[in-house]
Design a protein around this ligand. Structure first.
Ligand code: NAD
Length: 472
């Protein structure tokens, strides 16, 4: 089938959504997306598109989130480039059928697992890392041989518009199409049948997506959010602990799905830890963080108001200042918070860090286990036995010991949630795997025939048992 003409027209209606989905289904049916050469060519095109437009991407991210170019490269552009290079270097190996054993009673045969593209896929992204969370899943979709429709978030309009222009002028619409829009457009898309849906966003909208997918029995990855706890043991390197937590919490001003949401600190070191936070926050952001070029801004007024409302849930021992006209909230540490206050019930998703003291590790573990399973769990300690205990006795999407966020930077570690924080995982090989169906193939020969399986049955059950036991 011919690929259809591409225009960068951005607004769509429901009919148009239907037409594009059907065009992608038709194109997939031609097998045009499946050869390794085609997939590699498309990954290279995507790489080139990003490399050629680095400055424009940095600018769009600055306009949407006031991101410093260092942060924009580290957490969005560079992050995606590493994943792209990994996919390009390894795709031939990943896509090869994997041979598995065949039991002797199936002699003569070979068995293998053939990674199969699902078909037409839908990728829905949030606004907080508007490039990374749109493009990283796309790498998996392309590498695995699928078509894709991308739906970025309406709350990062500059990044959304830029990628609409870039993607829609680089790829044919029946292969990859970016559709801009908000709830209506996403609902129109969700009404259609996809072969796979990859959603990143809130737990609330994740449930809507899961229900829509269930209507068509469409498999999903749900990359959701929640409250990621951070345990600070008394036996830790307090300076590095404070610095690494400040970095992970206030990068993108706390608007990170795996930002440490709250601190559980051993009461013996609480006062000293808060002093270290004070010292390093001043070092990182100066006396007036509003003037720091290294600090981002809250995405919009409604999130600003929500986060500011948390400031009343405790005592701001550091920060607490805010300026609505600039969507600025100072990096803030809250002491004396109540466990049933909103700041301890909602995902904070902003630069407010509550601190709660614990008496012993059992208490800290019980605190975490009494709440929904987090996306990430952080533990700062020099004591490996305590690390083993926390890993063994809690459940979370991932764990990072003695640092924050950095586990996401290792492409060899699958990234995803569990329970309320999501299902499925991606990055590196796992992105390819996520967008592939693992098709089992048994290939038998005509050289031998075993008549005993056919009717009329002449073999006693005990004999069959022996044969089957022998073959395991
Ligand atoms: P969101 O759930 O509000 O929106 C995500 C996407 O869903 C957007 O594209 C939006 O247009 C669409 N959407 C919103 N409401 C919808 C509805 N009613 N029906 C259909 N589609 C709808 O999330 P957000 O505010 O953009 O992002 C913040 C959330 O995402 C946080 O909870 C954060 O933890 C989570 N998140 C998770 C990860 C992860 O990798 N696990 C990464 C980033 C963000």
């Amino acid at each position: 089938m011919e690929t259809t003409t591409n225009t960068a027209a951005l607004a769509v209606d429901q009919k148009e959504v239907k037409r594009i989905v059907q065009a992608q289904r038709d194109f997939f049916a031609t097998n045009g997306t499946k050869t390794i050469a085609f997939r590699k060519k498309q990954l290279s095109k995507l790489r080139q598109l990003i490399a050629d437009n680095e400055d424009a991407i940095v600018e769009a991210l600055h306009q949407d989130l006031h991101k410093h170019e260092f942060e924009a490269y580290a957490t969005e552009i560079g992050f995606v480039m590493v994943d792209l290079d990994k996919a390009l270097a390894n795709l031939s190996k990943w896509a090869k059928p994997k041979k598995v054993k065949t039991p002797p009673f199936l002699f003569i045969a070979t068995s293998y697992i053939h990674p199969d593209p699902y078909g037409n896929t839908l990728i829905i992204a949030p606004w907080n890392y508007p490039m990374q969370l749109l493009i990283a899943p796309l790498i998996g979709a392309i590498a695995a041989g699928n078509t894709a429709i991308l739906k970025p978030s309406e709350f990062a309009p500059h990044t959304s518009a830029l990628f609409a222009k870039l993607i829609n002028s680089t790829f044919e619409e029946n292969y990859i199409r970016l559709i801009e829009g908000a709830v209506d457009e996403t609902q129109w898309l969700l009404n259609e049948k996809f072969d796979y849906i990859f959603f990143t966003g809130s737990t609330k909208v994740g449930k809507i997506v899961y229900q829509a997918a269930a209507k068509h029995l469409t498999p999903v990855t749900l990359e959701l959010g929640g409250k990621s706890p951070c345990i600070v043991d008394n036996d830790t390197h307090l300076d590095y602990t404070a610095k690494r937590i400040i970095w992970g919490k206030f990068v993108n001003v706390g608007q990170t799905c795996i930002a440490p949401d709250y601190i559980l600190v051993d009461q013996k070191v609480k006062a000293a830890f808060i002093e270290k936070l004070k010292y390093y926050m001043q070092q990182f952001f100066g006396d007036n963080p509003q003037e720091s070029e290294s600090l981002g801004r809250i995405i919009n007024e409604s999130h600003f108001d929500r986060i500011v409302s948390y400031l009343g849930d405790g005592d701001a021992v550091i920060g607490g200042q805010h300026d609505r006209s600039d969507k600025y909230i100072a990096p803030t540490v809250l002491d004396n918070v109540k466990e049933d206050s909103s700041v301890m019930e909602d995902e904070i998703f902003g630069p407010v860090l509550p601190i709660i003291a614990y008496g012993n590790l059992r208490e800290a573990i019980a605190f975490i286990n009494a709440r929904p399973k987090p996306l990430a769990l952080y533990m700062f300690t020099k004591n490996d036995k305590k690390v083993d205990r926390v890993i063994g006795e809690t459940s979370s999407g991932g764990v990072c010991v003695n640092d924050t966020l950095m586990h996401i930077a290792n492409p060899y570690l699958p990234f995803g949630g569990v329970g309320q924080s999501g299902m499925g995982a991606y990055h590196g090989y796992e992105s390819f795997n996520t967008f592939s169906h693992q098709k089992s193939v048994l290939h038998r020969s005509f050289l031998l025939e075993e008549p005993i399986r056919y009717a009329p049955y002449n073999l006693k059950r005990n004999w069959l048992k022996k044969i089957m036991d022998w073959t395991l």
